[in-house]
Ligand binder design. Structure first.
Ligand code: ADP
Length: 160
């Protein structure tokens, strides 16, 4: 298959995201991890921080590129000459959300397809949001995010 875009907030990038990226990179010639700047969503990390973290953690996968975008996802995908959006799915509630997103994107741009990869079992129960809560409350989140991300989260969330 040709190239695909994996869009998301990646606030921050987790082992769950990395699993989707590694598997996506095996399916596509090139995978663009597209970090979204959403003015309606408050984020823990700045766009520059999220980009740097994603770049560092994917630097050894040669066919993965990390980029950022603002605005309508399908427009960004088209601007990159791609026809496929890759997303991950964990739970039934993800399904509802991903279905709405995929149908909305399809209504706007029928030539672009969304492909959903099902989460690997061990990653099904966590999200960036949950991990932030765990770190903030002083819990051990080392099985959810790489050590460098955990340290960055602790700095932000446990500031006295
Ligand atoms: P968004 O705000 O766009 O949902 P996220 O960074 O939360 O951005 O998620 C990006 C994509 O990665 C979504 O499709 C989400 O379902 C998927 N994803 C997030 N965590 C996991 C995980 N643990 N396993 C599989 N997919 C995941």
């Amino acid at each position: 298959m040709d190239r695909a875009v994996y869009p998301g907030s990646f606030d921050p990038i987790t082992y769950g995201h990395l699993d989707i990226i590694q598997r996506g990179a095996r399916l596509f010639e090139q995978l663009i991890v597209a970090v979204a700047t959403n003015p309606h969503k408050s984020s823990l990390f700045t766009i520059e921080e999220r980009l740097a973290m994603a770049r560092e953690l994917t630097k050894d996968i040669p066919n993965v590129i990390v980029d950022s975008f603002v605005g309508i996802t399908v427009k960004y995908v088209q601007s990159k000459g791609c026809r496929t959006i890759l997303r991950g799915m964990r739970t039934m509630s993800d399904f509802e959300n991903e279905l709405q997103l995929a149908q909305g994107n399809r209504a706007m741009e029928p030539s672009i397809e969304t492909i959903l990869l099902l989460t690997s079992g061990e990653y099904s129960h966590f999200s960036s949001h949950r991990i932030k809560e765990i770190v903030e409350l002083g819990g051990d989140a080392s099985c959810f995010v790489p050590p460098s991300i955990l340290e960055a989260m602790k700095k932000k969330l446990r500031r006295a």
